[in-house]
Design a protein around this ligand. Structure first.
Ligand SMILES: Cc1ncc(COP(=O)(O)O)c(C=O)c1O
Length: 360
């Protein structure tokens, strides 16, 4: 049996079919349909956020966030993230300025931010890596002091709470992904959560070609809408989220029991109610990681090198950035298989294989 790093959650087909039959009866497939509106309302209430726009994916969420905050010039960001965090900045004609990460939390290290601020800096775009909250209080302080904006790439952070609030309520805008591999998903999808009502208004226009009305356009926009089919998957999956997180928690604890002595783990902030989005481990060397992966592959187990490589050296950046902590960490980071239906016996097997690979 193949064990991949993740397995998309699929609800009961009968539950999904029931919502599909609603689409057939209304004939409304996309363009802000009733299920999209219902999902948005349910997500606001589930997450405890005021504003939320459902969009077609997490990448377009980031693009719209950058546009809606009218950013230009330089954006300070992290090299330890998925490529979409950087590519969206370049796509929106801004310049990513990479600063190094904290070796324990794997998030952007706020101590490196102020030194990178120049008169051209318009924002900080930081990732809550694997769902672990950034030092949002310190980042907020720096941003307020310098009059710059904050966007969080919260692709992994669905359901995470910090300081007894939704993590999405920190920063000017948070962007989340609802891709099939995420713990809450709509097959493809994402959302933009804006603190400010005016920004939220702009976001909802920008995702719909900039329409102010059927015949007027006062903003440049893009097609970032999502469909009734995707919203239906979200409506079915949302009530399952607490159970999905609980199962992931249990599997993560099982891994931890076996691996805490032999592999390094990410330090999760003590004020965080975590969502167990990933199970990352750090090997002592890249050689150890490659040996562990090779042994797992023999048994058809496929973890993922995520995030790798460091984004500091992407070929389309105008300069390379010196981020030694990330350069050291990224080649040694591996996400182990984690999904609700993963058997604990398979977790035991994966850990035994890793243990024996590390014993050499
Ligand atoms: C950190 C991060 N940002 C952005 C994205 C992009 O999200 P999407 O795949 O929904 O476009 C991902 C996707 O995995 C991600 O991991």
């Amino acid at each position: 049996m193949v064990i991949n790093v993740t397995k998309p959650f699929l609800p009961e087909i009968a539950d999904y079919s029931e919502l599909l039959s609603r689409i057939w009866s209304t004939g409304w497939l996309t363009n802000n349909g009733p299920m999209v509106l219902e999902l948005e309302e349910r997500l606001r209430s589930f997450l405890g956020v005021k504003n939320l726009s459902f969009v077609s994916n997490g990448t377009i969420a980031l693009q719209i966030a950058i546009r809606s905050l009218r950013l230009s010039g330089e954006i300070i960001t992290t090299p330890f993230s998925y490529v979409a965090t950087t590519s969206t900045i370049v796509w929106e004609h801004c310049r990513p300025v990479m600063v190094d990460i904290d070796p324990q939390t794997f998030n952007i290290d706020p101590r490196n931010i102020e030194g990178a601020i120049t008169p051209k800096t318009s924002a900080i775009l930081a990732t809550h890596v694997y769902g672990n909250p950034c030092d949002v209080v310190e980042i907020e302080r720096i941003a307020a002091k310098h009059g710059i904006k904050v966007i969080y790439d919260a692709a992994h952070a669905f359901g995470v709470r910090y300081l007894e609030d939704s993590i999405f309520n920190f920063g000017d805008v948070s962007c989340v992904s609802f891709h099939a591999t995420k713990l809450f998903h709509t097959i493809e999808g994402g959302a933009v959560i804006a603190r400010d009502a005016e920004v939220d208004h702009l976001v909802s226009r920008m995702r719909n070609f900039g329409h102010a009305s059927p015949t007027s356009f006062d903003e440049i926009g893009i097609n970032g809408k999502n469909s009734e089919f995707h919203a239906a998957m979200g409506l079915i999956n949302l009530p399952q989220v607490s159970e999905i997180i609980a199962k992931r928690h249990k599997i993560s604890e099982r891994y931890r029991g076996h691996l805490k002595q032999i592999l390094r783990h990410q330090e999760i902030d003590s004020e965080c109610e975590y969502n167990y989005a990933y199970y990352p481990v750090i090997f002592e060397s890249e050689e150890d990681l490659l040996r562990g992966m090779a042994r797992l592959k023999e048994r058809d187990v496929h973890p993922r090198r995520y995030f790798y490589p460091s984004l500091s050296n992407l070929p389309y950046l105008d300069s390379a950035f010196d981020t030694p902590v990330c350069a050291d960490l990224a080649p040694r980071a591996l996400c182990l298989p984690l999904y609700p239906s993963l058997d604990l016996a398979d977790v035991d097997m994966i850990c035994e294989i890793l243990q024996s690979a590390l014993d050499k």
